[in-house]
Each structure stands twice: as structure tokens, then as C-alpha cells.
Design a protein around this ligand. Structure first.
Ligand SMILES: [Mg+2]
Length: 340
């Protein structure tokens, strides 16, 4: 192996050692859990029925042209004041422990991480939910997520919920897909609006999967799918109501639909493994292209310098010509093979 080939074999080894990343983004309510997260403990703790709570919350939203999330956040505070029961951050976390999850969810993350690892992919998981961040943080699966994007309150100094800090719904769910792709994970990072070329993305859009169950997920499903990623619509395996997923699939919003059963032989496990296989295959082609690009780029630069020298022969001093020649020679020294 000559010097040039040795240099490229080192560069190529570096390129091959870079592990491609992939992200799965999940809605929470009715995607990972069979009901809204507030209904397991929080709403019953006020001594009210969940239908009564959602009825009054949705009516408040409708009567006042209000966002549905801001309405339930307001209603939780109103009920807590009415019942003289302050809503503390810790209490929300405690109620998170009672959240029920769909079959197989608890073991899903490790199974998928292990499969991705075998295929040379680093897999990350994110929540993008309209529900409450603190409740999800209290759930037994919280540690699996690199980041939980969800609605949240502004708390007083003694930790009591006072005012909505984030209300996440529909199209504003999509901003977090951009955060994840660009690697600006903080909610307040304005760099998320800056343009970023595809090859600079921390996670390419085509390596992003979005899983959701309802209308609030449509903007994310659409965004991810239109950028070459994958979206999966899930439905409750017991209720088996598939009208939403059929509609979403017909409207071109979904790559796949499946029951929300995440156990090892489930349909969604099978689909996710196929997605991981495809991403892994695409990534190995991208890696080979990157390797081929290195000497070809050096060759292109050499040609450009030669073109400049030829275009302005009279305008260049002897010193400038010598400098351009040495630049051309330096480039030739790193281009393997015969290029005469
Ligand atoms: Mg949902």
C-alpha cells in the first residue's frame, strides 16, 4: 500500500466507524397507553368522573374558542382550587406511576435498541405529547426517552402549578421533529429555525419514525413521511376501532398501521424491524458514497485550480503560479490511482 492509499484507508475506517442514528418519536395517550394520562389517578382524585371532566373542559374550549390543551390545563387548576388541593409537580409525577401501558411497551425499547445495535444503528426514543410532561416523567418507561416534549405548567416557588408554560398540539408538535433532526434539543433553542443541509443533520429525516393514534398526530405524520421517514398509526387492540387508521392510510399519512401491541411477535415489532433493516441498508450505501466522494472531491479541486491557472495566465505573477502549482501537487499527492 502506498502513502496515498494508506491515508485513504485511515479516512475510510473513520467514516465506517461513524454510527448512523435513528429516532422513534411517540405520541403518548392512546399510542403507548390505553387512555388519557390524566384519567388514571389525577381526575378521580378530585372525586369527579372522567367523562364529566373532559365534557366541561371541551365545552370551555368550544365556548371560548380556546385550545383544548389550554382548556384542560385551566380546568385542572380550577378543580384543584375548588377542592382546596394544590397541584404540585411531585403529585403529577406520583400519578405517572399509575399509568397503564399497552402490552409489550415496557420491554419494547430494549428489544428495539438491541435489534438496531445489531444492524449498526444507534436508536433514540422521544415523546412528543399533548399530555403533561411531569406525569410522563413519573411513568415507569420515562428513562427510555432521550427527551420528553409535552405540555407543562409554570410552577410557583413552592412547586404549585400556576399557568401553562407549554401547550403542545397539532402543528406545534412538528417543531420538535426539527429539534430532533437538527440536534437542538432544548425547547427554547431558536437555532431550530436555521436552515441546515441534509448531511449536517444529527438525525436525517429519513431516519425518523413517528407513531401516533389521532388527528393531533397528523401534522407530524405528514411531515415525517413527506421528508422520507416513516409514520405508523396505531389503534386499541381490544376496541379494535380501525376507522381512523384506515382513513389516515387512505389519505397517505401513514407508512404502516398496526394494533398498539408492542410485544415481541406483534405486527408493529415486525414493521419496526423492517424499517431498521431499510435504514441500515440505506446508511451502508451512504457510507460507501461518502468514501468514494473523498478522492473525487480532491480531483475536482485540482481540476478547478488548473482551470484558474489556464484562464488567467497573463494576470498571474510567477510567485502566484508557483503557489498554485504547489497546491495542485499537494492535491495530486492525496489522490490515489492514475489521473493523467
Ligand atoms: Mg394520542
Amino acid at each position: 500500500m502506498n502513502k496515498r492509499e494508506e491515508l485513504y484507508s485511515k479516512i475510510n475506517a473513520d467514516i465506517r466507524a461513524q454510527k448512523p442514528r435513528m429516532a422513534i418519536c411517540y405520541d403518548f395517550d392512546k399510542t403507548l397507553s390505553p387512555d388519557d394520562m390524566q384519567t388514571f389517578t389525577l381526575i378521580p382524585s378530585f372525586g369527579i368522573d372522567k367523562d364529566e371532566f373532559w365534557g366541561s373542559s371541551n365545552k370551555l374550549a368550544k365556548d371560548n374558542l380556546m385550545d383544548n390543551n389550554l382548556a384542560w390545563m385551566h380546568e385542572l387548576i380550577r378543580y384543584s382550587e375548588f377542592k382546596s388541593k394544590s397541584l404540585k409537580r411531585e403529585y403529577f409525577r406520583e400519578t405517572g406511576a399509575d399509568i397503564k401501558l399497552y402490552r409489550g411497551v415496557k420491554t419494547w425499547f430494549k428489544r428495539m435498541n438491541d435489534y438496531a445495535e445489531k444492524k449498526g444503528i444507534e436508536l433514540e426514543h422521544y415523546i412528543i405529547s399533548s399530555g403533561l410532561k411531569e406525569i410522563i416523567e413519573g411513568s415507569e418507561i420515562a428513562a427510555n426517552f432521550k427527551r420528553i416534549y409535552a405540555s407543562t405548567y409554570l410552577y410557583s416557588a413552592d412547586g404549585v402549578a400556576k399557568w401553562p408554560a407549554q401547550a403542545i398540539n397539532y402543528t406545534n408538535k412538528t417543531q420538535f421533529i426539527f429539534c430532533i433532526a437538527k440536534g437542538f434539543l432544548e425547547e427554547y433553542d431558536e437555532r431550530v429555525n436555521d436552515s441546515m443541509p441534509e448531511e449536517k443533520l444529527r438525525i436525517p429525516y429519513e431516519n425518523i419514525v413517528y407513531i401516533g393514534d389521532s388527528a393531533t398526530d397528523i401534522p407530524c405524520m405528514r411531515l415525517v413521511k413527506s421528508k422520507g421517514g416513516y409514520s405508523i398509526g396505531v389503534f386499541d387492540p381490544v376496541k379494535d376501532n380501525r376507522s381512523k387508521v384506515y382513513q389516515l392510510f387512505n389519505d397517505g399519512r401513514l407508512s404502516f398501521y398496526a394494533p398498539a401491541d408492542y410485544s415481541s411477535n406483534s405486527e408493529i415489532s415486525k414493521f419496526m424491524k423492517q424499517i431498521i433493516d431499510e435504514i441500515s441498508a440505506k446508511e451502508s450505501i451512504k457510507t460507501e458514497c461518502k468514501i468514494l466522494k473523498q478522492p473525487a472531491e480532491a480531483f475536482k479541486m485540482k481540476k478547478s485550480i488548473e482551470d484558474i491557472s489556464k484562464a488567467y495566465p497573463g494576470k498571474m505573477s510567477a510567485k502566484e503560479k508557483r503557489e498554485l502549482n504547489s497546491l495542485t501537487e499537494a492535491l495530486e499527492s492525496v489522490i490515489p490511482g492514475n489521473i493523467e
